[in-house]
Ligand binder design. Structure first.
Ligand SMILES: [Zn+2]
Ligand SMILES: [Zn+2]
Length: 327
């Protein structure tokens, strides 16, 4: 099977033929139909996340068809379409797992990081962490739901119920979460890279009441802000933009250093928090909600062999919506 493989950090992915793997007892073998390209993949390829298995097949927004299954697999049938997210394994017995916080499991393993992912014609997944996908979505359109959607949704829940919501970084996750937030009756204020007028227009097209550069203040005080951009300098900037009691959620797995800032920005019971990974419950909730909104994803598709180009375009912010590879 054809795969795109990371052999060492900061090197382009290599186009490699590998033998098609066989499923273990709890595994399904999927023929990959589409695989989203997530910012986390960039952090892995660029060496900012330092614990990948190597060589590694990246990709954790996988839509595939079950072509073979292990002897213990009862959740899915051969021929069924499933989605595979970032969370690929948890221990099930640690304090985090036992308290509904499997996203924090110390022994967790992640798809496209410690487990080979979906930049390939075929991939293995553990049936216990895969999801059935809503039938309304095409393969490419469904892929971004599996990380941009799921982790974006967890970030939205943890941002609380305030009406005025800021989204910093208007990429794959924000373009999905703005639709959910509007469905919930919130006002969305979108921040993109300064000068990124296309991104700001994209946000307005999706219903943002205001869109501007991340270096300017919104016209109203916000109740909460979610930072999808991996830029630590946005933390004090977002704290300035939220009202007393406001929540600033850092949604990414990696961020540049946060500069020091005066305590008065945090004063007034403002909160800064991160969001880590997802639980399977987040996935079930979001995938039930998405077709009701209904969330529509905008995707730019690339051939599997164009994965390096897709990553380069994402790195420079030149993707509208989400990038998706089609094997
Ligand atoms: Zn655990
Ligand atoms: Zn991701």
């Amino acid at each position: 099977m054809r795969t795109l493989v990371l052999e060492s950090a900061r090197q382009p992915l290599r186009d490699v033929e590998l033998p098609r793997p066989r499923p273990g007892p709890d595994q399904i073998l999927l023929q990959v139909r589409a695989c989203g390209v997530c910012r986390t993949d960039l952090h892995v390829v660029d060496g900012e996340l330092t614990d990948p298995k190597l060589p590694l097949v990246p990709g954790h927004e996988i839509v595939g068809i079950v072509v073979e299954k292990g002897e213990r697999v009862e959740r899915f049938e051969v021929g069924q379409r499933v989605g595979v997210p970032w969370l690929g394994f948890t221990c099930g017995t640690c304090g985090y797992c036992q308290s509904g916080r499997e996203n924090l499991c110390d022994l967790a393993r992640f798809t496209g990081y410690q487990l080979d992912g979906g930049y390939a014609e075929y991939t293995l997944a553990d049936q216990r962490y895969a999801f059935a996908l809503p039938s309304q979505y095409g393969d490419a359109e469904g892929a971004p739901l599996l990380c941009a959607g799921l982790i974006g949704y967890r970030s939205l829940v943890l941002a609380g119920e305030g009406r005025r919501l800021g989204l910093y970084g208007f990429g794959a996750a924000a373009h999905i979460i703005i639709q959910v937030a509007r469905h919930q009756g919130r006002e969305v204020y979108a921040f993109s890279r300064p000068g990124d007028l296309d991104g700001q227009q994209f946000a307005r097209d999706l219903g943002a009441v205001w869109a501007g550069g991340s270096d300017v203040m919104p016209p109203e005080e916000l109740d909460a802000a979610i930072l999808f951009a991996p830029v630590g300098a946005l933390v004090p900037q977002a704290l300035r933009a939220v009202a007393k009691g406001g929540i600033v959620v850092c949604a990414g797995i990696h961020m540049s250093d946060i500069p020091s800032f005066p305590y008065h920005l945090l004063w007034g019971e403002r909160t800064v928090r991160s969001v880590a990974n997802l639980t399977r419950r987040d996935g079930e909730e979001f995938l039930a909600l998405a077709p009701q909104v209904p969330v529509r994803t905008e995707v730019e598709t690339f051939l599997l062999t164009e994965a390096n180009e897709a990553l380069t375009r994402l790195r420079s912010g030149r993707i509208r919506g989400a990038a998706v590879l089609l094997p």
